[in-house]
Design a protein around this ligand. Sequence first.
Ligand code: F6R
Length: 613
Amino acid sequence: MCGIIGYVGRQPALPILLGGLRRLEYRGYDSAGIALQEPRGQLTTVRAVGKVARLTEKVNAQLPPAAQVAAQTGIAHTRWATHGAPTEANAHPHAAAEGRLCLVHNGIIENYRSIRARLEAKGHVFLSETDTEALARLIGEHYQGDLRKAVGQALAQVEGAYGIAVLAVDQPGVLVVARKGSPLVLGLGDGETLVASDAAALVAHTRRVIYLDDGDIAVLTADSVDIRDRHDVIREREVAELGLTAGAVEKGGYAHFMLKEIYEQPESVRNALRGRLDAEHGTAVLAGMGTSSRDLAEIQRIILVGCGTSLHAGQVGEFAFEDLADLNAEVQQAAEFRYRNPLVGSHDLVLAISQSGETADTLAAVREAKAKGALVLGLVNVVGSTIARETGQGVFIHAGPEISVASTKAFTGQVAVLLLMALRLGRGRRLSLERGRALVAELARLPELIEQVLAQNDAIASVAARMATAEHAFFLGRGPMHPVALEGALKLKEISYVHAEGYHAAEMKHGPIALLTPGTPVVVLANRSPQLDKVWSNAEECKARGARIVAVVTAGQSADTIADDRIVIPDCDPLVATIPAAVALQLLAYHVARLRGCSIDQPRNLAKSVTVE
Ligand code: F6R
């Protein structure tokens, strides 16, 4: 949510910053801005409404070529609006101290109103509606030539979340950065230092990175990094090696990142399973669960927390834990967790599910669960992310960078790992060796099962063509396919703007069926499962009210008479089938959005990685 990139070094900063912004654009794209600092300190700021391409045009139009190469220090930002509309005045960087310093910020300053009121009473005239300007001006108030000190003094007065980068005219070649609740990672180059909200923006320049901790303030120059913690104590933070490659954050010939990521799923799920299947013992080997078998045997309840797509993955996991491990499992929305006095204790395992590992609500749930003494594990994609580090134990899904705002391969990786976890816990309890072995065999087939769905891309595109003009759609499922229905609806609504609702198939007749009009598409997850007859009955009820039934069915299943369109998924265990079914619905949403001419990778109003509550 919002992207920050900063550079201090010996090369022209402009192309590095614009390149970084392009890589970060998925984190926010309603406006963007850049501040360049010339060697003698002068700051030049350009801001634009819209995408980074618009900012680039404006920079080229406003800055003469000499000015474009002169600056070797700079900061830049791509915004997802929280306070104030996406206008140029609200775009970052924000200036303060009569233009002597400027700042870019991710996060939310929760007490900005009182700061603003105080500063206005002192005569400050605010130029934007943002919380960020209040912080910039507060730093300006404290600034007397020592930027780090001023930043520290100002941050001591703010409540909320921030990742910031600040420049001052009279401290050329010095970048001060700080974080609390919003990620920042430093990139260490040869005679250059970078900072970004996301390692994806650094990978073209360096692989040596430092993840800042909450409360850290760092002073960066081309050749040095000075980090102090919240107590102003100098810290040596570990230098990590980035596992990413530059290619992993490129589209690689696909029309969209979303399509690329959908097609990566045979490989990303293979990576999630790699080395974790034990065919002989019919179990999963998950070193990251990090807990002794005895501890695991003592777990009485699993609470899965997450948001959005990760929450849906957790809902599939809930079925798996109950079915395979005979464990009481429940899903809780991360956003509510800490506000509802969760009754959690040492016999509970709290699983925090997050692709980015930075989602503010999920992170807050992690902290709450840890404070209450639960065993907390992360189920995260991004290595080095805050949730991965704060949980300290858990299982990575190894899906690789997910750039498309709409999550795809993270969902299938999360479900695959949840099935592994359920299998592992189940085998430590009552799950038979025979069922364990059968499941291992099914899981091992997953990459191939996904390939079989991807091979039907053209057929799914034809189904999408018959749905593309609809303004409303429903997705129905039962059992573990209910969360897949929710996920299918989420995918469709977020990238195609078709109003889509996911329901438990049995719930339709309790109210929502009133919304059906002739021709409304109803996507029914009618794969092989113990509840299949009931699912068909629910589909019949919709058909009788004129709905167009798009059925996701299992290959070889006896032909039904009511489906207007069919999408076939390969035959497999009903829990495992959630993954190929989800892939089919991802493709369906993708093609509907494509046919409707939508901005698939950057849907309106959204941003990747929600680091505010
Ligand atoms: C939907 C989507 C979001 C995220 C949610 C949680 O396609 O991407 O719903 O799933 O914001 O994000 P993470 O998993 O990063 O915690």
